[in-house]
Design a protein around this ligand. Structure first.
Ligand SMILES: Cc1ncc(COP(=O)(O)O)c(C=O)c1O
Length: 362
């Protein structure tokens, strides 16, 4: 695989079409085939992917966009870019994904503040799709568009539906650590809406019309590099195998840990691409376990130590109802263990043994 990627990069160096070259168009076609979305618009990163959809929808000051607080900052950042108001919604304690009842409360909160709810950004956290069967009816009842932030879940399925085909549009990230990662920044938007796709293509090149010197709207420089597309075309070929490898690693982790910690639970009928393998440990033991593992050379990570409604940059934005107790609680409980398709059994056994032994001592 390494040599195939090297050769693909060299081909770009040879033809020299570094921006929106043939690989970019080929990648968009392959991604469309992979997930079934009618239109794929690649772009510079997963944050731009989110922001471009909001720009296309004309989101502006006075609008409220509902999104979870327990997510990466980019989800809410793009709402703030456009002068609109992010209204934070709580998540489910088991799936870590948006809670539809809290979404209802968030819509009421937004209206109570004189804001106009226009859309929802759901997040498929750690690789598992959000519970769309409960979120979609709320969006429909209130006339809100749904943008699925699938930065962590591209390749997963929700009750037989592929990630990339849910909502008005789906965005993803090809950041190197994502399940489908490139060798730098990259992202894509998926939609079945041809008109939206056409506007997104214009927006990613400075709002171009017939060409980039014909500017019909205000856009951004949000294109994907041909070199990144070349890398992704190669990695996409082995992506299904890598997802299966991740599944095997997860099954081993969960078998070995389920009697001592809360292991991840995937909803009936859904699959995850396991961007993270995240366990829950309560009673203040999480940080002590992480420190003990670190001392033994085992890296772990906390996603996310501070939900967005607690962050200095975002705490002035409203939250649904009377606060977000689940997001607050999870921030103190979650711990993500080493997770990638090439994690060897011996290394994994060392992680498991260390978690079990250290938990006994805490
Ligand atoms: C949930 C979520 N949304 C958006 C992004 C932004 O993606 P990028 O880093 O490619 O801009 C990320 C990436 O970390 C993410 O995890």
């Amino acid at each position: 695989m390494g040599r195939d990627v090297d050769a693909a990069i060299l081909r770009v160096l040879d033809h020299g079409q570094f921006i929106l070259g043939p690989e970019v168009h080929e990648l968009e076609a392959e991604l469309s085939r992979f997930c079934g979305a009618a239109h794929v618009v690649s772009c510079a990163n997963g944050t731009d992917a989110l922001g471009l959809v909001l720009m296309a929808r004309g989101v502006s000051a006075g609008d409220a966009v509902l999104c979870p607080s327990f997510t990466f900052a980019a989800t809410a950042e793009v709402v703030a870019w456009l002068g609109a108001t992010a209204v934070f919604v709580d998540v489910d304690p088991v799936s870590f994904n948006m809670d539809a009842e809290s979404l209802e409360r968030g819509i009421e909160t937004a209206k109570g503040l004189g804001l106009k709810p226009v859309g929802v950004i759901s997040v498929d956290l750690f690789g598992q799709p959000a519970d769309y069967d409960t979120i979609e009816p709320v969006c429909a009842a209130h006339g809100l568009w749904l943008l699925s932030d699938a930065a962590q879940s591209f390749g997963a399925t929700y009750r037989g539906r592929e990630v990339g085909t849910i909502g008005l549009a789906t965005s993803t990230s090809f950041f190197p650590s994502k399940p489908l990662g490139c060798y730098g920044d990259g992202g894509a938007i998926f939609t079945d809406d041809a008109e939206l796709a056409a506007v997104l293509r214009s927006l990613r090149v400075h709002g171009e019309g017939v060409d980039k010197y014909d500017n019909v709207r205000i856009g951004i420089n949000g294109r994907l590099d041909s070199i990144q597309a070349a890398v992704l075309l190669q990695k996409l070929k082995i992506f299904p195998d890598e997802i299966a490898m991740r599944e095997r690693i997860v099954a081993r982790y969960s078998d070995a840990l389920k009697d001592v910690v809360a292991v991840p639970v995937i909803a009936e009928g859904s699959t995850s691409v396991w961007a993270q393998y995240t366990i829950k440990i309560d009673g203040g033991r999480r940080d002590r376990l992480a420190a003990a593992l670190r001392a033994e050379g085992i890296p772990t990570a906390v996603y996310y130590p501070k939900p967005l409604h607690r962050q200095p940059a975002y705490k002035h934005y409203p939250s649904a109802g009377n606060g977000l107790p689940v997001s607050d609680a999870l921030a103190a409980q979650v711990l993500s263990l080493p997770m990638h398709p090439y994690l060897g059994e011996q290394d994994q056994d060392r992680v498991v043994e260390s978690v079990r032994r250290n938990l006994r001592a805490l």
